[in-house]
Structures are given as structure tokens and as C-alpha cells.
Ligand binder design. Structure first.
Ligand code: PLP
Length: 506
């Protein structure tokens, strides 16, 4: 062994940490400085990376600068630049300096607060931050720790986890009354616009796939779920001997930003005794602005409510807030109590042990990140962030409406505009036309948008929310879209149209 480098191995040397993290921070800052130089949607072909990187892990250490150079040369071409100001695809995933610093602190401290004693500050900060967020959103006190009614909040990594956990809680409460065999009778209700995560979560917790109801919506309700359709669906199931279990309403659906009527749906849910969850993954953050808070009216009837600060709240991935009125039902479904975790505080039931509010045992100190974001920016700037995105989306919607070749298909919701090129003559294949338009814009590398299909119609989604996006980017992208449309309509071809690679579907 003698002089092998392994002898000087010190993976947490503070001086190296300072030197190398400075190099990484400089690298990331330069990335943001140059971000507009990169094609927004990656232009690589599948399998590109294995042609560039070694297929063997190194035996000896490599300098950080070599690794950063390889990231620049080999990884960057395969990145789709979600933080580009010209990224309008999928959904908002806005990063920020405070989000990044919070993430650095979370990962730098690297504590694992599965129960209170494992890091009391991690648990207590999470409870405080969840109450802060709840108050910013004016959630009813029944969702807050400070409300004194047993409710509270937890941070998960994703909405999918939040839905799995609340479904498990609802399932176990129902099965306690019905007996274990009842699982084949339980039914979950959502709309055909609800995020696919709810269907997946139902399957994961053992609901038979045939007992998932994706209730149709239509343009008549702006793609919102109607209370009557939910009621009829539940009645039909009850007549068949099935048992309604869980209803998920959405504020800001992924495809078109539809807003389900929370209050009316809540009344139906309460009448039928089902668990009522509200998924506000993207649009929920807007509730901190008084002018958008009305979208949350009716949340008081819900059993649980979730939103993702990692979408539209300047909080870097990952971070999902979940509030529940009855955490004890979560704990009943998810609690584990192995000997090695036993301790006085948990036994006395005087503390929150967040391991019992989630799937995994281990957990990140996400509260640190959200706390830094809220403190560093304050509500004033967070509201401004939401408002400026909405104002840009309003402006974009007006630009679309002014060009007679285009139409806004679904009225703008939040910062999402769904539009298309109108069919030019009877029998024109508008879907193909818009597919070609979308690919022409995306393959230019100058902007990236995705699509949705609603009521059989292919629409282009323009989702504003990247932190760096300014009005000038929105206007330039609109000019780009118009230019591509000119090419398409005048010559029948705007550019090389390759495939539907990168298009978005739920
Ligand atoms: N719900 C809605 C309305 C969404 O828009 C999304 C993401 O697009 C999700 C859920 C999924 O969120 P997550 O990736 O955090 O599970």
C-alpha cells in the first residue's frame, strides 16, 4: 500500500470544502451568466453520453477542475436548460439564489431528522415553517400546529409522495371500519385533468385499477371537475356495492391550469364521507397574493392540501408542502417503531416524529431551504415574483389574441397560456400544423414549449415561470413563434421537422 493516495484521503476537510465549493459556485454562476447561449432543449441523440464518458469508474481521485470541465463539455450538451429565461415547457421549476443557499445548508449540515431526537431543530423548524407557509396562504387554523386542533404540516419531496401518504391514511381509516377484504371495494375519484400521480398512487396503495375514476371534463367548465359529475359517479359506484374513498381536486391542472371548484366539491366529499385532498402543486403558491387567494376558497373542507414550493416559490428542487387536518391518521398508516429508534421524547408523545408522516425513514432538512427562501426574500418579493409571471402571461395572451392566425384555446390560468394556430380551411389537420410549429420552435434551440391534448385538440402550452424570464424574452419568443408560423403557412415548411421528441404529455 505504502504511498497510495488513499492514505491522505480526507473527504470532509474544511479547507478543501471552501476551495472546491468556491470553484463550484463560480462554475454555477458562470452557467447562469451564459445560460442564453445554450439551446434551451437539449439537441443530443439518445445514448450520446456513453460515447463521451469512460465506462469504468476511476480508481484514483481526479481534480475538481477536471470534473467541472467534463460537466461543461459533456454534460451541458445533454441538459435541457430549465433555468433558461426561454424555458416555457412542462411546469415552473424556478431556482433562486436563496433556494440554492438553503439547499447548500441542507446538504452541508446533512442531518437526518427522522424523529425529533435525531435533530430537534430539523423537526421544530419544519413545524414552524409549515405554519408560516400555512399562514401566508391563509389556510384554516385546523391545518396548523398552532391551531391547536391536531392539524399540521410536513415537507415531502414530491406531490406523488404526499398523495401516496394521504391515500394510505384514507385507506387504513376505511379498512379499520370495513375489514381488510374491503380494499377491492374502495374507489378513488379525480378528473381526466388530474395529474397522473393520483392514479399511480392509487395503484401503489392497492386500489384495483378498475376502481380509479378519471371523471371527464370539458371546455364548458374550462376543464374543471363538476360537483354533479362527481356525485353521479359516486352514486353509480354505491349502487354497485362499491365504497367511495378519496376525492382529489386540483388548483392549476398540469395541462391547462384548470381550477376545480373546491367549495362545491368539498361539500360532495363531506356528504359522502370521503377523504378530500387538494393538489395545488403548481398554482397553490399564488395563494399568498390576496388577489389570487380566492382560488383556495373551500380548502377548509379538505382533509389534506399540498403544493410544491419547488415549482413556483423560488425553492430549488425538491420541496412539497403537505398539510393534514388529522395527522394521526397519517401516523396510524405510516408509523414504524423499531427498538433502535425508541427514545423518551417519542415515548412521551410530546414531539412530532416526521418519519411517521412519510414513506421513507430518512429525510432531508428541507425546512432549512424553505426557511432561507422565505426569510431572504420576504413575502413582498415572493408575491412580486408570482405577480410578474402572471403579468407576462397576460401580455403573452394578448399578443396571441392580436394575431388572427392564432387562438387562445383555454383562457389563461395563472401564468399558463394554451394556444394554437387555427385550422386554415375545413378539413385542415390543426393538430399536425401545431405539432410542426412546436417542433420548429423547439428545434431552433431558442425557446422550449410543450403541448397538451384537450378535448382531442393539440394545444401549445406556454408556461411562464423561469426565474430569469423577463418581458423581453416573452416578446422575442412570440416573434419567434410568429416567424415559424410564417414559414409554415407560407411555404408549408418552417424548418426541418424531425420527430415529436420532447413533447409533453400528462
Ligand atoms: N400535480 C400537479 C398539478 C402537477 O402539475 C404536478 C407536476 O407537474 C404534479 C402533481 C407532480 O408533482 P411531483 O413531481 O412533485 O410529484
Amino acid at each position: 500500500m505504502g504511498s497510495l493516495p488513499i492514505e491522505t484521503f480526507q473527504p470532509l476537510d474544511p479547507d478543501v470544502l471552501v476551495k472546491e465549493s468556491r470553484a463550484v459556485v463560480d462554475f454555477i454562476a458562470n452557467y447562469y451568466r451564459d445560460i442564453e447561449r445554450y439551446p434551451v432543449r437539449s439537441q443530443v441523440e439518445p445514448g450520446y453520453l456513453s460515447k463521451r464518458l469512460s465506462d469504468q469508474a476511476p480508481i484514483f481521485p481526479q481534480p475538481i477542475q477536471t470534473i467541472l470541465d467534463d460537466i461543461h463539455d459533456d454534460i451541458f450538451p445533454g441538459l435541457t436548460h430549465w433555468q433558461s429565461p426561454n424555458f416555457y415547457a412542462y411546469f415552473q421549476a424556478n431556482a433562486s439564489t436563496a433556494g440554492f443557499l438553503g439547499e447548500m445548508l441542507c446538504s452541508g449540515l446533512n442531518v437526518v431528522g427522522f424523529n425529533w431526537i435525531a435533530s430537534p431543530a430539523a423537526t421544530e423548524l419544519e413545524s414552524i415553517v409549515m405554519d408560516w407557509m400555512g399562514k401566508m396562504l391563509k389556510l384554516p387554523s385546523s391545518f396548523l400546529f398552532s391551531g391547536g386542533q391536531g392539524g399540521g404540516g410536513v415537507l415531502h419531496g414530491s406531490t406523488c409522495e404526499a398523495v401516496v401518504c394521504t391515500l394510505a391514511a384514507a385507506r387504513d381509516s376505511a379498512l379499520t371500519k370495513m375489514g381488510g377484504d374491503g380494499i377491492t371495494k374502495l374507489v378513488v375519484y379525480a378528473s381526466d385533468q388530474t395529474h397522473s400521480t393520483v392514479q399511480k398512487a392509487s395503484k401503489l396503495i392497492g386500489i384495483p385499477p378498475s376502481n380509479f375514476r378519471a371523471i371527464p371534463t370539458s371546455a364548458a367548465s374550462d376543464y374543471a371537475l363538476t360537483p354533479d359529475s362527481v356525485r353521479s359517479s359516486m352514486e353509480a359506484d354505491i349502487a354497485k356495492g362499491l365504497v367511495p374513498l378519496y376525492l382529489c381536486a386540483t388548483i392549476g391542472t398540469t395541462a391547462v391550469g384548470a381550477v376545480d371548484p373546491l367549495l362545491e366539491l368539498g361539500k360532495v366529499a363531506n356528504e359522502y364521507g370521503v377523504w378530500y385532498h387538494i393538489d395545488a402543486a403548481y398554482a397553490g403558491s399564488s395563494g399568498i397574493c390576496p388577489e389570487f387567494r380566492h382560488y383556495l376558497d373551500g380548502v377548509e373542507l379538505a382533509d389534506s392540501f399540498s403544493l410544491n414550493p419547488h415549482k413556483w416559490f423560488l425553492t430549488n428542487m425538491d420541496c412539497c408542502c403537505l398539510w393534514v387536518k388529522s395527522p394521526s391518521s397519517l401516523v396510524d398508516a405510516l408509523c414504524s417503531n423499531p427498538e433502535y429508534l425508541k427514545n423518551k421524547a417519542s415515548d412521551a408523545k410530546t414531539v412530532v416524529d416526521y418519519k411517521d408522516w412519510q414513506i421513507a425513514l430518512s429525510r432531508r432538512f428541507r425546512a432549512m431551504k424553505l426557511w432561507v427562501v422565505i426569510r431572504r426574500y420576504g413575502m413582498a418579493n415572493l408575491m412580486e415574483h408570482i405577480r410578474s409571471d402572471v403579468a407576462m402571461a397576460e401580455h403573452f395572451e394578448r399578443l396571441v389574441a392580436m394575431d388572427r392566425r392564432f387562438e387562445v384555446v383555454v383562457p389563461r390560468k395563472f401564468a399558463l397560456v394554451c394556444f394554437r394556430l387555427k385550422p386554415r380551411f375545413q378539413g385542415d389537420d390543426a393538430s399536425e400544423l401545431n405539432r410542426r410549429l412546436l417542433e420548429a420552435v423547439n428545434s431552433s434551440g431558442q425557446a422550449f414549449m410543450t403541448h397538451a391534448v384537450v378535448a382531442g385538440m393539440f394545444v401549445v402550452r406556454f408556461a411562464i415561470g423561469a426565474t430569469l424570464t423577463e418581458m423581453r424574452h416573452v416578446e422575442a419568443t412570440w416573434k419567434l413563434i410568429q416567424a415559424k408560423a410564417d414559414g409554415l403557412l407560407l411555404n408549408g415548411s418552417c424548418d426541418k421537422i424531425s420527430s415529436s421528441n420532447g413533447l409533453f404529455s400528462l
